[in-house]
Ligand binder design. Structure first.
Ligand SMILES: Cc1cc2nc3c(=O)[nH]c(=O)nc-3n(C[C@H](O)[C@H](O)[C@H](O)COP(=O)(O)O)c2cc1C
Length: 162
């Protein structure tokens, strides 16, 4: 089974656009089932239902928004039960050098501490897709490709969802 959850926080819609592009890329992959959910609106415990988790954030002071950190803090209740799942992250900032990679790394650290496999990309945005403001052509292409290769990897690891 390759059940993938893409969850994101947004205030002005940029991260939501990235989430939808990433999901669009994922849906090109046969055998992957994709859910896209907004924070607030999910509980950390829902992560247990998925094989692969992708978190998207706007960069706040180089870090992740409190609502997303809150989910990680809640997840201690089921610590060790995410071992072996696949994790990824993406981020949107206002500025070049505004902290996209530091915010993504915060999420990837959380996935690692949960014992998860962390997804990188040798070709484009290495840590996960980034966008400066609304996704432009470059960010759009990166999100679509990243979503596709993430889902392909999830299907390879966990098998097809019928
Ligand atoms: C509280 C707050 C902190 C922010 N901190 C940063 C920052 O450190 N670096 C940056 O480039 N942009 C920063 N921004 C801008 C947002 O990251 C950026 O506008 C982002 O695209 C918003 O995503 P959204 O449209 O999904 O809400 C900040 C915005 C807010 C509201």
């Amino acid at each position: 089974m390759a059940k993938i959850l893409v969850f994101y926080y947004t205030r002005t819609g940029n991260t939501e656009k990235m989430a939808n592009l990433i999901a669009e890329g994922m849906r090109l992959v046969q055998g992957a089932r994709i859910d896209v959910k907004r924070v607030p609106g999910i509980t950390a415990r829902e992560w247990l239902q998925y094989d692969a988790l992708v978190a998207g954030v706007p960069v706040y002071y180089g870090m992740i928004p409190a609502d997303v950190k809150q989910l990680f803090d809640e997840s201690v209740e089921f610590h060790s039960q995410l071992q072996g799942k696949l994790g990824g992250a993406f981020a949107s900032s206002a500025n070049v050098g505004g902290g996209n990679e530091t915010a993504i790394l915060d999420i990837l650290h959380g996935w690692l501490i949960h014992g998860m496999l962390v997804f990188g990309d040798a070709m484009n945005d290495h840590y996960g897709p980034v966008s400066i403001g609304e996704p432009d052509k470059r960010a759009t292409d990166v999100c679509l490709r990243w979503g596709r290769i993430f889902a392909e990897t999830a299907v390879r690891l966990f098998g097809e969802t019928k």
